[in-house]
Write a protein that binds this ligand. Structure first.
Ligand code: HPA
Length: 271
C-alpha cells in the first residue's frame, strides 16, 4: 500500500507540475457543482491515475481536479468510492491518503443524507459534529502503517471544532440556517426500513448516509483536521417518510448545492 501511495503521488506531481494543494475536498452525490467555482488548473480522470480503484458503472463523474478556490490551492475529488460498490475499505480511502501525501493540511467532505432529526427539512445542510460507524468494516483493520498514524487513533474530536464554529458564523453572516448533528454511516445500498430509521434515531443519529466515515477515519488517523457537511435529501421521520427515489435525492442535492458551495468556499477563504 505504501509503495502504491508513493507511485500515485509521483504520478500526480508529474502531471500537475508539482501543484501542492493546501486543502482537499470530497464532493458527494449530486454535489459536483462546486467545481464550477474553481479556477481549474489540472483535471485527471480516476481511470488514468495509477492504483486508483477502477470505477463501477454506478460511480459518479470520477475526476481529481486541481485548482484555486477563494485564491487557495485545492484538490477536489468529484465523485467518491463507496463500500457498497464492492470496493475494499482500503480502496475506498486510498484517494484520501494520496491527497494527504501530496500536501493537503485539511479535509472538507460533503455527502447526501437522510434526515432523522424531526427539526430538519429536505434541503437543509447539516454540519457533522460527530459520527457513528455502522459500516461492516473499517479501513484501519489489518496491518497498521505506523508512518501514516497510530494503531489506536483518538476519535474524541473527529470533526474540527474551530471549523464547525467558523461554518456557523458563515451561515449567520450569509443568512441561511445550518443544522448541526451526528451522522451515522451505513453500508447500504438499500435505503432503510422504518424500523431501521427508528433504531438509528434511538442510537443518537441526526442523519444517515452511506459514505464519509471511512474517509474521515483515515484522515484522523493521519491527524488531518476534518470538516464535513450533509445535504438532507429526504426526511426519514415517521410523519415525513415516503418512498425515496434516486431522482428525488439528486433533485434535493442540486437545490442545496449553491448553499453548500458557498459554505465550503467561504470556509476555505477563512483558513
Ligand atoms: N439513507 C441512507 N442514505 C441516504 C439517504 C437515506 O435515507 N438519503 C440519502 N442518502
Amino acid at each position: 500500500m505504501i509503495e502504491q501511495l508513493k507511485e500515485t503521488t509521483a504520478f500526480l506531481k508529474q502531471h500537475t507540475a508539482d501543484f501542492v494543494p493546501e486543502f482537499g475536498i470530497i464532493l458527494g452525490t449530486g454535489l459536483g457543482d462546486l467545481v464550477n467555482e474553481l479556477e481549474v488548473q489540472f483535471t485527471l480522470s480516476y481511470d488514468t491515475i495509477p492504483n486508483f480503484p477502477i470505477a463501477t458503472v454506478e460511480s459518479h463523474n470520477g475526476r481529481l481536479i486541481f485548482g484555486m478556490l477563494a485564491d487557495r490551492k485545492v484538490v477536489v475529488m468529484q465523485g467518491r468510492f463507496h463500500y457498497y460498490e464492492g470496493y475494499t475499505m482500503e480502496q475506498v480511502v486510498f484517494p484520501v491518503r494520496v491527497m494527504e501525501r501530496i500536501g493537503i493540511k485539511k479535509l472538507f467532505v460533503s455527502n447526501a443524507a437522510g434526515g432523522l432529526n424531526p427539526r430538519f427539512n429536505t434541503g437543509d445542510l447539516m454540519v457533522l459534529t460527530d459520527h457513528i460507524n455502522l459500516q461492516p468494516s473499517n479501513p484501519l483493520i489489518g496491518k497498521n502503517y505506523d508512518e501514516l498514524g497510530p494503531r489506536f487513533p483518538d476519535m474524541s474530536e473527529v470533526y474540527d471544532e474551530t471549523l464547525v464554529r467558523q461554518a456557523m458564523v458563515i451561515a449567520e453572516d450569509e443568512g441561511f440556517e445550518l443544522q448541526e448533528g451526528v451522522y451515522v454511516s451505513v453500508p447500504g445500498p438499500m435505503l432503510e426500513t422504518k424500523a431501521e430509521y427508528r433504531y438509528l434515531t434511538i442510537i443518537g443519529a441526526d442523519a444517515v448516509g452511506m459514505s464519509t466515515v471511512p474517509e474521515v477515519i483515515v484522515a484522523r488517523h493521519m491527524e488531518l483536521p476534518v470538516f464535513a457537511v450533509s445535504v438532507i435529501t429526504d426526511m426519514c421521520t415517521p410523519d415525513k417518510i415516503k418512498k425515496v427515489l434516486l431522482a428525488d435525492i439528486l433533485d434535493a442535492a442540486a437545490q442545496a448545492e449553491p448553499k453548500m458551495a458557498l459554505l465550503i468556499r467561504e470556509l476555505i477563504r477563512r483558513q
